[in-house]
Design a protein around this ligand. Sequence first.
Ligand SMILES: CC(C)(COP(=O)(O)OP(=O)(O)OC[C@H]1O[C@@H](n2cnc3c(N)ncnc32)[C@H](O)[C@@H]1OP(=O)(O)O)[C@@H](O)C(=O)NCCC(=O)NCCS
Length: 147
Amino acid sequence: MTSGDLGQVCRIENEVFPNPWPKSAFEGDISNDATYCPVVKDSSGNIIGYASLTVDINEAHLTNIAVSTEYRRQGIGSILMDDVISKAEREGCRAIFLEVRNSNLDARGFYTRYDFTELYRHEHYYRKPTEDALVLVRPIGERNSHG
Ligand SMILES: CC(C)(COP(=O)(O)OP(=O)(O)OC[C@H]1O[C@@H](n2cnc3c(N)ncnc32)[C@H](O)[C@@H]1OP(=O)(O)O)[C@@H](O)C(=O)NCCC(=O)NCCS
């Protein structure tokens, strides 16, 4: 992801999330050396999916992943997830953590497919609307790809 991508990224972000990240959050991520921000483009070069993975010494945190609504269930999220898992593995991380809204059954189905499991529930974590987060974890090095 580059600063030139942010217009398209923010359009998708606003389309898919009830409480979208502001542009400044993406600007912070792309200027942070510890954050990996892959994008997937269609054949015309338009962004159709993106992710943000913050890498620490032993663990990584997937803070964002989204696919434009019209491109869902076509393997785009999997391209991004395989990419961030590979990145975390290359960086020597032992696990990837993330938070997901309890009601976000699409994402929960996706994460289950990727062997994420629930660690604990963080009550009232989200705003607009207020909702619990499920904190999920996936160890690194057990399965790397879903072909
Ligand atoms: C979660 C998300 C990124 C998945 O992207 P995607 O491109 O549709 O995912 P894929 O096509 O690669 O799906 C891979 C597999 O994940 C599972 N999966 C994906 N979406 C699912 C859903 N809605 N319900 C159940 N399982 C699902 C399936 O096993 C799927 O394989 P299949 O299509 O062969 O059955 C997408 O739904 C999205 O952008 N959601 C809105 C943003 C969001 O909520 N992000 C997560 C915030 S925590």
